[in-house]
Design a protein around this ligand. Structure first.
Ligand SMILES: Nc1nc2c(ncn2[C@@H]2O[C@H](COP(=O)(O)OP(=O)(O)OP(=O)(O)O)[C@@H](O)[C@H]2O)c(=O)[nH]1
Ligand SMILES: [Mg+2]
Length: 274
């Protein structure tokens, strides 16, 4: 396990190898809002090398139009992957997921390991299949309730599941690494990653900040200033808007799914998948 500052622990690749070796099927949990940045090629290679069955699970599909998430699932299937979509916290897609796990299983009962980057909804998927809240969950990296260690759950007679802590390092680029690898409170300067996140969100959903906060500004720094002003966050001495607090809020709200955002599979994005 990897100990992060402030005693926050995540999984390293050797932990993941150990878990994969114990499993028959590996569920790779991906955020349906941004499948390519939240999938892990490294995990996929490990699963293949170890001869285990891989199942991609696009979670948080309640935050994405159904046609878009279906397009993503079809794209992955066209490329030879087993893939399903779910919305764990709404218990959507659980029947399909159960069926997909059993279809991928070499024999029953099956042990399915649930692996993925921090905060993709791994523990929530186990709870959705179990039908009650057994595995603890939390909204933001490092906040109380995140998964600290590997744990086995029986979700039904023939399905056992292994919950795992989020794995790092995150491959999907610098921003993804920053927002998933630590809590927003621990960031020395949350403004640069928040600005990158705002830019990314605006590129895909131009009205996102109007919808989330009724903020019409289009420049990232202005969005931070407006949010700080709306919330009454100012530096005591200078009375300038406290954009650091606004930046942390935007990162937290992104994790909480409060800011509309999803990526459509365009031609360039698809070429990147090969
Ligand atoms: N909107 C939405 N939120 C979800 C869904 N599934 C999980 N979440 C939320 O995402 C956050 C993270 O869920 P967890 O199940 O703790 O995620 P995890 O991957 O186990 O996180 P770690 O153990 O920290 O790696 C929680 O706030 C969940 O309520 C979903 O399908 N839709
Ligand atoms: Mg968890």
């Amino acid at each position: 396990m990897i100990k992060m500052p402030y005693g926050f622990s995540l999984a390293g690749w050797s932990d993941i190898r150990r878990v994969v070796s114990r499993a028959d099927v590996v569920l790779e949990v991906i955020d349906a809002r941004d499948p390519l940045r939240t999938r892990s090629r490294r995990l996929e290679r490990i699963v293949e090398e170890m001869g285990r069955e891989l199942l991609l699970v696009l979670n948080k599909s309640d935050l994405v139009p159904r046609t878009i998430v279906e397009e993503w699932v079809h794209l992955f299937r066209d490329r030879g992957y087993r893939a399903v979509y779910v919305a764990a916290t709404r218990h959507w897609g659980t029947k399909h997921l159960r069926r997909a796990i059993k279809e991928a299983a070499p024999a029953l009962p099956v042990i399915a390991a649930v692996v993925g980057y921090p905060k993709t909804g791994k523990s929530s998927i186990i709870n959705a299949l179990k039908g009650r809240h057994s595995a603890s969950t939390s909204p933001i990296p490092g906040s109380p309730g995140y998964t600290h260690h590997v744990q086995l759950y029986r979700v039904e007679k023939n399905i056992l599941m292994i919950d795992t802590p989020g794995v790092i390092p995150v491959e999907g680029g610098e921003l993804e690494r920053i927002i998933r690898g630590q809590s927003p409170e621990q960031l020395d300067d949350p403004v640069p990653p928040a600005i990158k996140l705002i830019e990314r969100i605006l590129e895909h959903v131009p009205t996102a900040f109007i919808q989330a906060y009724k903020i019409r500004a289009r420049e990232p720094i202005k969005i931070l200033e407006e949010l700080a002003k709306h919330r009454g966050w100012f530096y005591k001495k200078t009375k300038e808007p406290l954009i650091e607090e606004a930046a942390r809020t935007i990162i937290r709200d992104y994790h909480r799914g409060k800011i509309p955002f999803y990526i459509k599979p365009t031609r360039t994005i698809i070429l990147d998948m090969v």
